[in-house]
Design a protein around this ligand. Structure first.
Ligand code: G6P
Length: 603
């Protein structure tokens, strides 16, 4: 997501901030900006595009200051544009802020301030923070920050400067990372350690709602009652390279671990407030008699899972089509068809072509996209955004999980609009979805086991995945993940199909990964497991309703209980970790697997 850097000290803040922003580039961004303060006030330079363009602008019209804040923005509310870039200033030019996170109640705050005469200039949720801070400012910036944070719902990491309190850089966070770095030449705030590592390896990790006040000579911390608190700095021993990955060996593992947070953000955006919620509230499903989901790669697998959820809840027939096939098949769609396009990048050539084909035949196109301003987001009739943040590893993990939860919510909301489920049922299903982030976190207890198990799997030439119904759909993603990054051949099979082909490939020592999150189908998949074990296979059994007879060849990973329709969100994390550790044990270039690209913009 966005990156923040701030500095107050004895040197010119501008080169320090620009350099810090470069170190945060790996987080992905679409615009960047910097605000510095000197005796004359604020100087702000910000614009859409790469950091090199920002540097060029600063070179042409130099600015300087002893204190400053910088930001790389990944758009969530409001398209990437100069005006939506950070830092944001209040209308009185008294307070400047940079923000990483999502303010869920920004509309309400904005409306309140507008009624009092505040004029907003951007479409961002972040601007309300600067405006609200100016509105509350009473001569005490700490007091103001406490009042502002009490009014905000959502997540934030903030760097704040106030013209009336020169020499004080303020930082506060909730649910988004922020560190404070200390050195003899001044003090720093940053989203992440790499941004300050060139200057210091002494950092404080901020906890939620702690307020840091940095001056050029020191840092003090306060709680929300404005009382001083003691904190101890830590010494960082990481290299810059591993610091970018948050201490993880690969971006893929970092992104797997980010999933509870990503699920929470995406679910909140659809259920609590924001553009996703507005769209879900206003979409009229009743006019469609058919749903087609079209996508590529993992996004297609998300569609395969969604088919079961939509059909079960909405009782509408859903076809899932590979976008590369859909575009050439003379599809039977018309104005009564809803075509859902799923794409992390929003730039996949085949998915774009499928969207244009669907539109030309009069279908309504709804996209589920991660990148704001991407072609699919711009051209489709409506867009729901996954709030996964930039995904760097080629093999998708967190964006896939965010796609799944949006598809579930869409299905539940549609089912309710179609009167297939009651108010109470809708409530119950949505609260099960809202519980997924916490349940997904519990899965990390299995990391050691999965790592050990995977270390014994590096020699396989082929691995099979089986499941039934929705477990089969998610096993397709497990299989794709494994082959993408470990280069081991794998196939996903519907359990019932084993006897029609794959069983001939099962021999002594073959590995089969079986998934079972449906009580109703447990007996069926268990009988498949017994069949392959009796032919010499080893089985890794993943599920939440497993009651198997112990066997040396059988290993079980129990996942938390959840409505089977939403269980893929949990089983997929185990599958991702399994693939990751198999590939890691093979010493492969996990973040950039051979021959694969993150975004396939050619046919
Ligand atoms: C590539 C990526 C996959 C991704 C697929 C679709 O193959 O390596 O991880 O699932 O494209 O990409 P999209 O951006 O449309 O989701």
């Amino acid at each position: 997501m966005c990156g923040i850097i701030g500095y107050v000290g004895y040197e010119d803040a501008v080169p320090i901030i620009l350099d810090g922003l470069k170190k945060l580039e790996y987080r992905g961004y679409d615009s960047a900006g910097i605000a510095v303060m000197d005796d004359q006030g604020f100087s702000v330079v910000k614009q859409k595009g790469r950091l090199t363009a920002l540097e060029e602008l600063v070179r042409k019209s130099p600015i300087a200051g002893y204190m400053g804040i910088g930001h790389t923005r990944w758009a969530t509310h409001g398209e990437p544009s100069d005006i939506n870039s950070h830092p944001h200033l209040g209308s009185k030019n008294k307070i400047a802020i940079v923000h990483n996170g999502i303010i869920e109640n920004f509309k309400q705050i904005k409306e309140r301030l507008e009624q009092k005469g505040t004029v907003f200039v951007s479409q961002t949720d972040s601007e309300v923070i600067a405006q609200l801070a100016e509105h509350y400012y009473n001569g005490d910036i700490i007091d103001t920050v406490i009042r502002v944070t009490n009014a905000l719902e959502g997540s934030y990491a903030l760097g704040i400067m106030c013209i009336d309190e020169p020499g004080k850089l303020i930082a506060v966070k909730k649910d988004n990372p922020l560190i404070v770095g200390i050195s003899d030449k001044g003090n720093f705030i940053a989203s992440d350690v790499p941004a300050v590592l060139a200057h210091t390896n002494k950092v404080y990790y901020m906890n939620d709602k702690e307020i840091a006040v940095l001056t050029k000579d020191g840092v003090s911390f306060f709680n929300t009652d404005n009382e001083p608190i003691e904190k101890t700095p830590e010494t960082i021993t990481w290299s810059i390279d591993s610091a970018e990955k948050g201490g993880y060996e690969h971006f893929m593992l970092k992104e797997i671990m980010e999933q509870p947070r990503v699920l929470k953000d995406t679910i909140n955006s659809a259920l609590r407030s924001g553009e996703n919620k507005n769209l879900l509230d206003s979409l009229d499903i009743t006019r469609f008699n058919r749903i087609v989901i079209t996508a590529c790669g993992s996004a297609y697998n998300a569609g395969m899972v969604a088919k079961y959820v939509f059909e079960r809840l909405c009782r509408i027939s859903v076809d899932v089509e590979l976008a590369s096939e859909f575009r050439y098949k003379d599809p039977i769609i018309d104005e009564n068809t809803l075509v859902i396009l799923v794409s992390q990048s929003g730039e996949t050539a085949d998915t774009i072509a499928a969207m244009r084909e669907a539109k030309s035949r009069g279908a309504y196109t709804l996209s589920i996209v991660n990148v704001i301003g991407s072609t699919i987001a711009k051209e489709s009739d409506a867009t729901l955004y996954t709030l996964a943040g930039p995904e760097i590893a080629v093999a998708t993990t967190k964006a896939f999980s965010a796609q799944l939860v949006l598809l579930y919510i869409l299905a539940v909301r549609f089912a309710h609009k179609l009167k297939r489920i009651t108010d109470d049922q809708q409530e119950e299903l949505l609260s099960e979805i809202a519980a997924l982030p916490d349940k997904s976190y519990e899965l990390f207890e299995h990391v050691d086991f999965i790592q050990k198990y995977a270390s014994n799997c590096v020699g396989y030439k082929s691995i099979f995945f089986i499941g039934r119904n929705i477990d089969y759909a998610i096993s397709m993603e497990g299989s794709l993940k494994l082959k993408e990054i470990s280069y081991i051949h794998s196939e996903a099979y519907a359990g019932g199909e084993l006897k029609h082909g794959t069983i001939s490939l099962i021999e002594e020592g073959t590995l089969v990964v079986a998934i079972s999150c449906s009580e109703k189908l447990y007996g069926k998949i268990y009988s498949n497991v017994e069949q392959v074990i009796s032919r010499g296979a080893r089985v890794l059994f993943i599920g939440n309703c497993i009651q198997a007879i112990p066997d040396d060849r059988l290993s079980i990973i129990e996942i938390p209980k959840v409505n089977e329709l939403f269980s893929p969100s949990l089983s997929v994390i185990v599958l991702q970790l399994f693939s990751y550790y198999v590939a890691a044990n093979k010493g492969l270039d996990i973040d950039k697997p051979r021959n694969l690209a993150k975004s396939v913009t050619v046919e």
